[in-house]
Design a binder for this molecule. Sequence first.
Ligand code: SAM
Length: 231
Amino acid sequence: MDDMSTQTIKVKTWDDLVGEEYMQEGHGPSWRAMIDQMSEADISGAKVLDFGCNRGGFLRMLYDMKPFKNAVGVDIATDSVAVANAQRGTRPIHYGHNDELSAHKGSFDYAFSHEVVYLLPDMDAHAREIYDALKPGGVYYLVIGEYAENPLWPRWYNVVHEFSPVPPQNYSLNDIASSFDKAGFAIAVNRLNCHGFFSYQAGGDRYIKNPLELVKFMTEYMMMFRLQKKA
Ligand SMILES: C[S@@+](CC[C@H](N)C(=O)[O-])C[C@H]1O[C@@H](n2cnc3c(N)ncnc32)[C@H](O)[C@@H]1O
């Protein structure tokens, strides 16, 4: 199996490949929910990682809602990373390719990923790389809606398989928990509590076929793990 951590998607960004439905603006409600749901109110002294940062929107929102000391966002799609750097403004954020992560070993207080781990071919390896990146006691907030127990996932799996440059995996929530347990994390989990209203495209799109699916996905199926590196 290919080692995705060393791959680079150069041709197109994820947004170009998936179209409007997945543009970063569509992720606003779940990013906001992640930030609201974190246990920590003040992260002003913290160094933060966003794994699979795409065009950088999550870290921009996090900084604007809960300022941090500095942050790194990494992605295999170098075009997305370039857009992210162009849009960071004066925020203390650097976006780069995955390869840069090895220069930051043991330095992050918090790590995040949103809708990324279903694209990773080796969950055990991912758990180890986040373990290595965090300080002892550091926390990884992992948010995922694409997993085996989600009743919408079998249909979505085929859709993702058609367009994605990175083939999707079929992890269960327990697969994720087991990998992080083995790597040395204390595991906690809850639904991601998305609030407010969710934009709906009349007639649906290739993922969401009716409003009920959208509401169920946003309020029932998105999961947020809190994974704490054991000291
Ligand atoms: C569905 S998008 C989510 C992007 C972003 N986290 C967000 O919330 O908008 C998945 C992202 O994961 C990235 N990705 C896929 N495989 C990756 C890997 N092995 N390492 C880092 N990023 C990866 C893709 O390039 C893409 O930007």
